[in-house]
Design a binder for this molecule. Structure first.
Ligand code: SF4
Length: 341
């Protein structure tokens, strides 16, 4: 059967797809207890299709984390997948709910990395001052990583060209200037991801005594999530649970080819609401949060009210930052034009 599914993948005439099938057959064959996380997103739909096609002994357990902030159509999609593949997708609850995390630790802002560093700086009562790293390290000891982020210490130069580092605040243009002029008067934190998603996933993997964890990360999605990995497979000696990312090398165009060839139907989050992503409703980490909120308001008004109640401060701060960045960009443009004339 494995040979047959691989042979079928060759008919796509797409290297990324047939290569992923060859690897999936091999990786799943060598696992005794595999678990596959299902998000209901478009990447996850393809991962599930591949895994289900090659898992002839049906040894993969599927799970979905219900954070409590889920689109109704996303929940429908999970039921649709269960029916389509004849599988059970186990519903996992958060260790702490998102509203509890926001209340206890703070609200997410911009990205996981930015929120993590701002949370650390706030814990040290940082005054958001523009001083050199050496001075700040003396003033705020035990806070090195966050101060390096704040001071752009990882800003590297290659062949004399300045490089944008994902570990520097300059990756988000004008953010430092904005924060200095508008210090946050509310706690910022990325803990809701930790307690609502990561910990429950880790607990589930442990409870299943899994030796393989399958996820839908793609290299081309960019960001910290994919930059943490170099290949589609990571061996873990300490946890005894390896990680496999079947579509790690898929480009957007490979995805389109896969969807057409294997007739993949995505969630109505995409096909009806016109969203670009799924996941927690109104997550402040989304780069398209302003547009998404309009969609949520239209299709899921109750969830819109909930999201605004939970993340409102972050939405407001993000809006102010985006306006600030836009104004600074304009100023910069005008300055350049004046210098040229
Ligand atoms: S994705 Fe966003 S809203 Fe969901 S748990 Fe993570 S930070 Fe919180």
């Amino acid at each position: 059967m494995s040979n047959k599914v691989f042979e079928k993948s060759l008919e796509t005439e797409n290297y990324a797809i047939s290569d992923s099938y060859a690897k999936a057959v091999n990786v799943i064959f060598h696992s005794n207890t595999a678990v596959c996380s299902i998000s209901g997103g478009s990447d996850s739909d393809i991962v599930l299709d591949i895994v289900h096609n090659v898992d002839e002994l049906k040894k993969v357990a599927y799970y979905w984390i219900d954070t409590g902030l889920e689109f109704s159509v996303a929940k429908d999609h999970i039921s649709f997948l269960e029916e389509k593949y004849g599988i059970e997708i186990q519903k996992i609850k958060p260790e702490k709910s998102i509203p509890t995390c926001v209340r206890e630790y703070g609200v997410p802002f911009i990205s996981k990395y930015v929120s993590e560093q701002m949370m650390r700086l706030q814990a040290h009562h940082f005054q958001w001052e523009d001083e050199p790293l050496e001075i700040l390290l003396q003033k705020y000891p035990n806070c090195k990583t966050a101060l390096q982020w704040w001071c752009n210490a990882y800003y590297t130069a290659e062949n004399g060209v300045q490089q944008m580092s994902r570990f520097s605040i300059n990756r988000n243009k004008w953010l430092k200037e904005f924060i200095m002029q508008n210090p946050p008067d509310f706690p910022i934190s990325n803990k809701c991801c930790e307690y609502s998603k990561k910990k429950p996933a880790r607990n589930f993997i442990k409870s299943m005594e899994a030796d393989l964890e399958i996820t839908g990360i793609r290299k081309s999605e960019g960001g910290v999530r994919s930059a943490n990995y170099k290949t589609c497979f990571s061996e873990s000696k300490s946890k005894n649970c390896n990680t496999y990312r079947p579509i790690f090398w898929y480009s957007d165009s490979d995805k389109r080819i896969y969807e057409q060839f294997y007739d993949i139907q995505h969630s109505e989050c995409y096909t009806k609401y016109g969203m670009k992503r799924t996941g927690c409703v109104g997550c402040p980490f989304s780069p398209h949060i302003t547009e998404e909120l309009e969609i949520i308001k239209k299709y899921e008004p109750k969830l819109y009210t909930a999201a605004v109640n939970i993340f409102g401060k972050s939405y407001e701060y993000t809006r102010k930052y985006r306006e600030f960045a836009k104004a600074m960009k304009e100023q910069e443009k005008k300055k350049k034009c004046t210098e040229l004339t």
